[in-house]
Design a protein. Structure first.
Length: 346
């Protein structure tokens, strides 16, 4: 694997847009919205039922959010945020991103190979944050491959342990190395993932042999909600602080290094622009987006997401079919003049 570069702590910057300004703005947003922190969420009874359940306060819709904050960048998740489950990108969303007046950063759980076509489709030029932040890599230039700016792999012993836990329960498992997808069993779950990621599968007899030489992450896949919950629990308990276990799409349970998340990797890209994540608006829909939503100057969660994701945000936007990302960029006046000339896209 390429040589690793350590992520620096978010740096302080001189001038009127220092990190402190963004942090103060975020505190003001939180006060106005009266949004509780995750550890302060109250418990209530479900209406019509006897089971106790957490009641999360949903933040206001983006159109109702005061425009007191001017983002200097926009950070966007891909799946469930820009595109829907059928991989459809709305024309209005595409136009809004292409004509954005601020830098656009894509931050995804996808492989670099899988994210690259979307970056090209959206005409994004900044380095891609992939694998939940385990890889930051520039786009190719002509025949020159994109430079690896940062990579933090999963320790071989931890990857082996994750695979062993999945094997014990006969859960589908797959590993990633050198930006390739490896599976040891030809199961429907493998093809489900490959169809979404639009990448080929490399079938091997033993995943252990793959991860012993270094890997970026290990993923389990199931469309059974009970299996997903059991898998998250088993991996979290079995791996402890040796790994970060998170969910991207509803069927994907991802295991990465505990030293990475989207927020930290985004800060690295922002630093090349003289910015911090606190200067940006960030939009996401899944638990793997929580850190970036909290750290952004304004965090926007896609409506219909998991309660803990909504609780981490300052506002909500529509789902991909409703061009929610376009609504966010338009709300902050970040779409330029070209989009306003295309009412047919609405």
């Amino acid at each position: 694997m390429p040589q690793r570069r350590a992520l620096a702590a978010p740096r302080q910057r001189d001038g009127g847009h220092a990190r402190g300004d963004g942090t103060a703005h975020r505190a003001e947003l939180a006060r106005r919205h009266r949004r509780p922190r995750a550890d302060q969420l109250r418990e209530s009874e479900r209406v019509g039922g006897g089971r106790s359940a957490r009641c999360f306060v949903t933040p206001r819709a983006i159109e109702d959010l005061p425009t007191t904050f001017t983002p200097r960048a926009a950070v966007l998740d891909i799946d469930g945020t820009l595109i829907d489950d059928d991989l459809v990108l709305q024309p209005r969303t595409a136009a809004a991103v292409r004509h954005a007046t601020v830098p656009i950063i894509l931050a995804t759980g996808r492989m670099y190979t899988s994210a690259l076509p979307w970056a090209r489709e959206l005409q994004v030029s900044l380095p891609l944050v992939c694998y939940q932040g385990a890889l930051v890599r520039a786009l190719p230039r002509g025949d020159t491959p994109g430079q690896v700016i940062f990579e933090e792999g999963l320790a071989p012993a931890v990857a082996l342990a994750a695979i062993a836990i999945a094997r014990e329960h006969d859960w589908h498992r797959q590993a990633y190395a050198n930006d390739m997808l490896y599976c040891e069993q030809d199961r429907p779950e493998a093809h489900l993932y490959a169809a979404i990621a639009q990448v080929p599968i490399q079938f091997v007899e033993d995943l252990d042999e793959v991860v012993r030489n270094g890997s970026t992450k290990v993923v389990c896949v199931s469309e059974d909600r009970a299996v997903v919950e059991a898998c998250v629990k088993a991996l979290t308990e079995g791996l402890g602080d040796r790994a970060r276990v998170t969910r991207s799409m509803s069927s994907f349970i991802e295991v990465v290094s505990p030293r990475v998340n989207k927020s930290l990797a985004i800060e690295l890209v922002c630093s090349t622009l003289g910015l911090s994540l606190s200067d940006a608006v960030a939009v996401g829909d899944a638990p793997n987006d929580i850190e970036m939503l909290k750290a952004a100057g304004c965090g926007v969660a896609v409506r219909g997401g998991r309660p803990e994701v909504l609780a981490a945000a300052d506002a909500t936007c529509g789902v991909p079919a409703e061009a929610g990302v376009a609504d966010v960029l338009e709300h902050f006046g970040l779409t330029g003049t070209a989009l306003s000339l295309a009412p047919s896209m609405r």
